[in-house]
Design a binder for this molecule. Structure first.
Ligand SMILES: Cc1ncc(COP(=O)(O)O)c(C=O)c1O
Ligand SMILES: N[C@@H](CCOP(=O)(O)O)C(=O)O
Length: 464
């Protein structure tokens, strides 16, 4: 398996080099040159596997044996040892049409742990093999940063700097990141929003001199490893559904922001997992909803919502989708991305839109609806949704057909977003790991949204 860039200007790479490259050196995103196809017979065999066995089967199709089986297995075992549920991502049946895939049983209580615990092991493994220190740079709207820091804590040969938007993450998210006082961790709290943070890190990755000088590595979903690790739970969840003699269509509803999680679903679908519709769930930052409904991909005004991790306008992984939508024509992707930079929008015509809608539907929940659904599911099903998960449920309610099954993703634990839960007059018991955070001291540098200042801090940290 070789990996190429969506913009076509990078020499084909192997698996490890692709992960190390992160953002493609031509400014695009790395993707597999071909997507392996899984036959229905293999799917049937895979349906009997445990989560970790399934992970190894899927990765075997992508890693070119660059990591010996034994080493990969060890990494997987270590990655999931800290998960609080033996199934790693258990599925909870609400009723005959709705299943909730719980992705929050990892150490930082959000779906990011599933890929980032493995990524921490991977970087530690590579750093040891190459005897080279790895400098991680990431941007977060709250969850990626916490999970990435947790994933590399205590690991030698790694330094990590995370940019988060100042006062725009939940209190628990902030504490999860900033109460870590390890010398190899730097938290920059940037006076701006997530899009500002993401733009700064992408600029630094695109500066190839800076990237190479500091051995800069990515933990965001610009990194293909994140995408691949997230495909595993699509397969796993699909296999947990109870189907009768007449199997029903299965939709998957995914709370979305950077389009990384749902792109993993798109990849799983392309590999042969029979997903009917991928339901894109957004909050009031609804660029993806507007795109699927109207064909116009255009960032709107930033809004702070009850689901802050999805307060994102520019969806990083949209470019990966564009590549497949344009029949893998990298020149067209480059031209469109250039036009996007110049005009600030991408417009699909009516014919294109029909093709988009063959795979996706989309729904954006209002703040009010998000809270209503948290109360409704608590009252009717005794299930406490976090506000991101509630957006997924809103989209399920809007789109799931009567004779269809939906797996709706629970991307975070409600304790991370008590600000919203309290507004529903619900009192929740915090898990001990979260309760303990409140008595710890915080370490972060609040900084203006000014690239030069941020780069200066970064260099000082990496060179220390
Ligand atoms: C809890 C939660 N739900 C949903 C999302 C959106 O996922 P994605 O950015 O992969 O679309 C995020 C952040 O990315 C998140 O932290
Ligand atoms: N919601 C994310 C934003 C970054 O997304 P990523 O999937 O590209 O890492 C977060 O919690 O940080």
């Amino acid at each position: 398996m070789k990996y190429i860039s969506t913009r076509g200007q990078v020499e084909a790479q192997g698996f490890i080099d692709t992960v190390l490259m992160g953002l493609a050196d031509d400014g695009g995103l790395m993707i597999p040159a071909e997507i392996p196809h899984i036959t229905p017979e293999t799917l049937k065999e895979w349906s009997k596997l445990s989560y970790k066995e399934l992970f190894l089967q899927i990765f075997a199709l992508y890693t070119n044996q660059e990591i010996p089986d034994e080493d990969l297995k060890n990494m997987v075992d270590k990655s999931y040892a800290s998960f609080r549920d033996s199934e790693i991502t258990p599925v909870n049946k609400i009723d005959d049409s709705l299943y909730i895939l719980e992705l929050f049983h990892g150490p930082t209580f959000a779906f990011k742990d599933v890929a980032l615990q493995f990524m921490g092991e991977f970087y530690s493994y590579v750093s040891k093999k190459q005897n080279k220190i790895i400098h991680i740079l990431g941007a977060t709207s709250g969850d990626t940063g916490a999970a990435a820091i947790q994933g590399v804590r205590g690991k030698e040969g790694i330094k990590i700097c995370i940019l988060h938007p100042h006062n725009k993450v939940s209190k628990v998210q902030e504490l999860q990141m900033t109460t870590v006082d390890d010398q190899n961790v730097l938290n920059l709290s940037v006076k701006g929003n997530f899009d500002d943070c993401q733009k700064i890190i992408k600029d630094q990755f695109a500066d190839l001199e800076f990237k190479s000088k500091h051995n800069l590595r990515a933990i965001n979903s610009i990194n293909f490893l994140r995408i691949l690790a997230q495909t595993v739970y699509y397969f796993y969840a699909y296999f947990q559904i109870e189907q009768g003699d007449q199997p029903k269509k299965v939709n998957i509803s995914v709370p979305s922001g950077n389009f990384g999680n749902i792109f993993s679903g798109f990849l799983a679908k392309k590999m042969g997992l029979p997903i009917h519709k991928l339901i894109i769930a957004t909050n009031e930052n609804n660029i993806l909803e507007r795109f699927v409904k109207t064909g116009e991909y255009k960032p709107g005004d930033f809004k702070s919502t009850h689901s802050p991790s999805m307060d994102i306008q520019v969806a990083s992984n949209f470019e990966r989708y564009l590549y497949y939508f344009l029949d893998q024509d990298a020149a067209k992707v480059s031209a469109i991305m250039k036009k996007f930079q110049d005009d600030g929008k991408i417009v699909f015509n009516a014919e294109d839109l029909v093709r988009v809608q063959a795979d996706f539907v989309a729904y954006g929940a209002s703040n009010e609806q998000c809270l209503e659904l948290i109360s409704k599911y608590k009252d009717n099903s005794d299930y406490l949704l976090d506000p991101h998960t509630a957006c997924g449920i809103a989209a399920y309610e809007a789109y799931n057909g009567e004779e269809e099954i939906c797996i709706s993703f629970a991307t975070a634990h409600p304790a991370k977003f008590n600000e919203a839960i309290e507004q529903c007059d619900i009192k929740q018991e915090f898990p001990a790991e979260i309760k303990n955070l409140f008595s710890k001291s915080q370490h972060q540098l609040v900084i203006d949204h000014n690239k030069e200042d941020i780069v200066r801090e970064l260099e000082a940290f990496y060179e220390k």
